[in-house]
Write a protein that binds this ligand. Structure first.
Ligand SMILES: [Zn+2]
Length: 120
């Protein structure tokens, strides 16, 4: 059973809320550090440009990397799974929550081999 439209809408809302409350501020912070550091380096205040600019650029870059890493991890994060018996052999098989029927890998392989040998 696929997720209902209401569930999808809720999930989308949550993801959007998370993006605006968590991802967006950190993107903004790291970008402003990075751009600010470059600006500090560019305006060439004797001494201070290097002392403040270089660390700001580096910290901004590191924050950016961590932020995008975090976003990427959220996107591919663990989905909810459950165990259901295989439709063919009855062996418990791990599947995403919306799937109610599943054929385990072993049975899929056997079916594939059988259909292949039938053709030849
Ligand atoms: Zn099976």
């Amino acid at each position: 059973m696929p997720p209902t439209p209401a569930q999808l809408k809720d999930g989308f809302k949550n993801a959007l809320l998370k993006f605006f409350t968590k991802s967006l501020p950190s993107i903004f912070l790291s970008l402003s550090l990075f751009v600010g550091g470059i600006a500090l380096l560019a305006i060439r205040i004797p001494g201070w440009s290097l002392i403040l600019g270089l660390p700001a650029v580096q910290i901004g870059l590191v924050f950016l990397i961590f932020t995008f890493d975090d976003i990427a991890r959220n996107k591919v994060g663990p989905q909810s799974l459950h165990m259901i018996p295989c439709s063919v052999c009855g062996k418990p098989t791990l599947t995403p929550n919306w799937e109610q029927e599943k054929i385990c890998m072993k049975c899929q392989q056997i079916i594939a081999e059988k259909s292949h040998s039938k053709k030849t």
